[in-house]
Design a protein around this ligand. Structure first.
Ligand code: GDP
Length: 391
């Protein structure tokens, strides 16, 4: 504990003061941390004193993280993860952000970069030295190595956007014939304190998006045009159209009125290429037949928990398939890897070593943009020096 004084010599507070000497701090710079008693008057008084010191000013948004990146303490994916951690509403978002903060995605990209860098060094060697100076089969080896990296990248691109969906939330669309209880369901889901995260107006005036935390996954329930279309349409065609519109969603919940003898005609026949959950509402009324699927009564609330659990299970199925592999969490990761894969694809098709090397360079640059490392030439020099070709 240390007493902190204002400029007049008066005590501001008793505080814990921590000193982190460079480079062993979060930002890599000298950092002093004051742990004060948190009251606004204390913080303001301390801020006022610090403001009188030369070079001292309040940090800008994200400035600590930015400095950490500039000083090589964090790569860009880790910096993004800091933002994601702060914004995480659900368990899945928190877990994914923490993994990225730990450097999982950055390490994966770096491993590809290291492999390609080595390959590039050999390709350059093949350009600069004659065949006799090189180990046998070098060119074939470099081509195989480049193809292996391309395959790995392709496997990660083929992830059904899971990382982005965990981060942004899964779109759930509720469809069904008029009067099935769609609005009641949306209200019931959104009205639950445990489920609701936030309610935000969408892009158009009359679209309301409700962000829900269902079983740890972010789900965005949009009271969409598809829903409205089903409201207006009386015939099966209306539901068919709503289903077609639901193609834009990640999950579709078909809500039917169990007490209505006409309900079965609305059951889709492979019209939707999405995870579909069929729920029969109005279980409090007598039903004319046995219904396959989840039974629900929005009037009594019976079955609502099971519906929520079923949505969460579908979300888990959709988002958890990746196992432990680091996820691409932002479109820019995907774009960069697509660019790298395209360059490697081109590399596979060219004969001239110069063009092959150039495509490798482009792939390296694209991958380097993900973590913020683009100093290909410099690293190449280092690696190249280690080769014992010639004397
Ligand atoms: P939507 O047209 O599909 O959005 O359906 P609504 O949510 O507007 O509900 C249509 C009607 O069904 C309303 O009068 C609701 O009160 C009623 N309703 C909704 N759920 C139930 C339920 O579980 N049991 C009963 N008996 N009536 C329900």
């Amino acid at each position: 504990m240390r007493a902190l004084y204002d400029t007049g010599g008066g005590v501001i507070d008793q505080a814990v003061v921590l000193w982190f000497a460079a480079p062993h701090s979060l930002t890599g710079e000298d950092v002093a941390e004051f742990q004060v008693h948190g009251g606004r008057a204390i913080v303001e008084a301390l801020g006022a004193v610090l403001g009188t010191l030369p070079g001292c000013r309040p940090a800008e948004a994200g400035e600590f993280t930015r400095r950490a990146v500039v000083n090589g303490k964090l790569d860009l994916t880790q910096a993004e993860a800091v933002a994601d951690l702060v914004a995480a509403d659900t368990e899945a978002q928190r877990r994914q952000a923490l993994r990225q903060y730990d450097g999982a995605l950055g390490a994966l990209c770096e491993s590809w970069r290291a492999e390609l860098l080595k390959t590039l060094a050999w390709a350059e060697a093949a350009i600069d030295f004659s065949d006799e100076d090189l180990p046998e089969g070098v060119l074939a080896d470099t081509r195989r190595a480049a193809a292996d990296v391309r395959e790995e990248i392709a496997a990660h691109l083929n992830d059904a956007r899971r990382g982005e969906l965990v981060r942004e939330g899964l779109f759930l669309t509720v469809i069904g014939p008029p009067n099935a209880g769609k609005s009641s369901l949306v209200n019931a889901l959104a009205g639950r304190d445990v489920a609701i995260v936030s309610e935000t107006a969408g892009t158009t005036r009359d679209v309301i998006e409700v962000r829900l935390d269902l079983g740890g996954y972010a789900v965005i329930l949009a009271d969409t045009a598809g829903l409205r279309a089903a409201h207006e349409a009386v015939e099966v065609e209306g539901v068919r159209r709503a289903l077609a519109r639901a193609e834009a969603a990640d999950l579709v919940l078909l809500l039917l009125d169990g007490s209505d003898v006409n309900s079965p005609q609305y059951l889709p026949k492979n019209m939707v290429n999405k995870p579909l959950l069929t729920v029969w509402n109005k279980a409090d009324l007598p039903w004319p037949a046995r219904r396959d699927g989840l039974a629900l009564s929005l009037k009594t609330g019976e079955g609502l928990e099971a519906v929520i659990a079923a949505i969460a299970a579908k979300a888990k199925e959709r988002l958890d398939a990746g196992g432990d592999a680091p996820m691409l969490t932002r479109p820019r990761h995907r774009l960069a890897l697509e660019e790298a894969a395209a360059a490697l694809e081109r590399a596979a098709g060219v004969r001239e070593p110069e063009l092959f090397a150039e495509d490798l360079r482009l792939a390296l640059r694209a991958i380097g943009r993900i973590t913020g490392r683009v100093d290909v030439e410099e690293l190449l020099d280092t690696i190249f020096r280690d080769f014992c070709i010639g004397k």
